[in-house]
Every structure is written in C-alpha cells, then in structure tokens.
Design a protein around this ligand. Structure first.
Ligand SMILES: O=C(O)C(=O)C[C@]1(C(=O)O)C=C[C@@H](O)C=C1
Length: 101
C-alpha cells in the first residue's frame, strides 16, 4: 500500500484569489457564509416542524395534508421578495415540509 501525504492548500489555492489580501477577505467572508448557512438550515428545520404541526392538525381533523391555496400564498411571498428563483426556492422548501406531491 502506498501512502501519500497531502500538501496543505495555500490560502490562494483554497479561495481562487490571486493576492493574500483577497484570500484573507474571502476566507473571512466564507466563515460568515458558513455561519449564515447554519442559521438558515436551523430555520428551515424549525419551519419543517411547525409545518408538521399544521398538517397533523388538519389530517387528524379529517382534512388533507396539502392546502394548495396556502402554498400559492407562500410561493407569492418568496417570488415577491426574491424573484423567479424565489419561487423555485419556495417549491423546494414546501417539498421539504410536506413531501413530494
Ligand atoms: O399552512 C398550511 O396549511 C400548511 O400545511 C403548511 C404548508 C407550508 O409548509 O407552508 C405545508 C403544506 C400545505 O400544503 C401548505 C403550506
């Protein structure tokens, strides 16, 4: 068996920057992005849980899991804030919250 020892990447290699200054800025900004992504994922998980409470209440009262009129409102909210990609994002989020339909 051969063992290879990986040489650590330089900051420039890691970030694609061409100067140390730009590499440092990108490294810091990526840390902020990772922290934001953790918060966004936490919020999505919270949304999934709240959505499950609604769906369970509706289903145990004899209703259906899905409420398309409400989904249209949610899609519109995201589209108004973020444009067309917002609609795609909301569709993915609704799929996470209620499964595929
Ligand atoms: O608001 C509701 O009635 C929900 O069930 C929540 C939710 C959502 O996650 O936003 C999920 C499923 C429905 O089809 C509509 C919306």
């Amino acid at each position: 068996m051969t063992t290879t020892t990986a040489t650590p990447l330089t900051p420039a290699e890691k970030t694609g920057a061409r100067t140390d200054e730009a590499a440092a800025l990108i490294g810091d900004a990526r840390e902020r992005i990772d922290a934001l992504d953790d918060r966004i994922i936490g919020l999505i998980q919270e949304r999934v849980a709240v959505s499950a409470v609604i769906q369970e209440a509706r289903i145990s009262s004899g209703g259906r899991r899905v409420n398309l009129a409400r989904e249209m409102e949610v899609l519109g909210h995201y589209r108004d804030a973020l444009g067309k990609p917002g609609t795609a994002l909301a569709m993915t989020m609704l799929e996470l919250c209620r499964g595929r339909i």
